[in-house]
Design a protein around this ligand. Structure first.
Ligand SMILES: Cc1cc2nc3c(=O)[nH]c(=O)nc-3n(C[C@H](O)[C@H](O)[C@H](O)COP(=O)(O)O)c2cc1C
Length: 193
């Protein structure tokens, strides 16, 4: 039985090996009062508390619009386009929280400015307006604590449905397949592309 997450991992590995700038990225789509919203995020392999294979996930800040929007739908869509592989993935996912200690360990590896921004969000939420670039630079001038604020969060993707579109087929017809998670396994269907 085909596991679409294994396919995604393999395609991401090929894309990264080919130097694809999208190889580590995804687009996270949410809804805000019924309106669609989308933004690029790093799609990470995040370790789990149980050990074993890492899971795909994203890191974000709780002061962000995207975090607020997570409460407005039961699922999100994660979109991945790997141009170097000719593959598109559309994943309908629930999000499961990453344990704080794992977020913390990853946060400590971040560049200094990213750490300062996460602390700045405590007083100035991500996406709030500031007086200008100079004012922002002044706010980021002072060092921040060397641990993550509580607003630094991580979520594992728990997909329930995945669509994969492969472009480059010998017969010229794109290969479009839908995978649905049933209690025991992924079910695969071939779709009209
Ligand atoms: C290449 C790239 C990678 C990004 N990675 C992240 C990320 O991992 N986490 C994040 O919160 N924002 C990331 N961003 C910024 C988001 O796209 C977005 O601008 C920001 O999170 C605010 O989104 P929101 O207002 O919809 O919450 C990234 C942007 C780009 C262009």
């Amino acid at each position: 039985m085909t596991d679409p997450l294994a396919l995604l991992r393999a395609d991401r590995a090929k894309a990264r090996a080919a130097g694809d700038p999208q190889g580590n990225l995804c687009v996270l789509a949410t809804v805000d009062g019924g309106e669609p919203q989308a933004r690029t995020l790093v799609l990470r392999e995040i370790e789990t508390a149980a050990g074993g294979a890492p899971r795909l996930g994203v890191l974000l800040n709780a002061t962000s619009a995207k975090y607020r929007q997570l409460g407005q739908s039961t699922a999100v869509t994660v979109h991945v386009h790997l141009a170097s592989v000719g593959a598109q993935y559309r994943l309908v996912c629930r999000l499961e929280p990453v344990p704080k200690a794992i977020v913390e360990a990853s946060w400590r590896l971040r560049p200094a400015v990213a750490k300062r921004l996460d602390w700045l969000y405590e007083d100035h939420p991500q996406g709030s307006a500031v007086a200008g670039r100079e004012a922002l630079a002044a706010m980021l001038a002072t060092p921040c604590p060397e641990f993550a604020p509580d607003s630094a969060l991580g979520f594992y993707l728990a997909p329930t449905a995945v669509e994969r579109l492969l472009l480059d087929q010998p017969d010229g017809v794109h290969d479009r397949r839908r995978y649905r998670l049933t209690p025991n396994a992924w079910q695969e269907e071939v779709l009209v592309p």
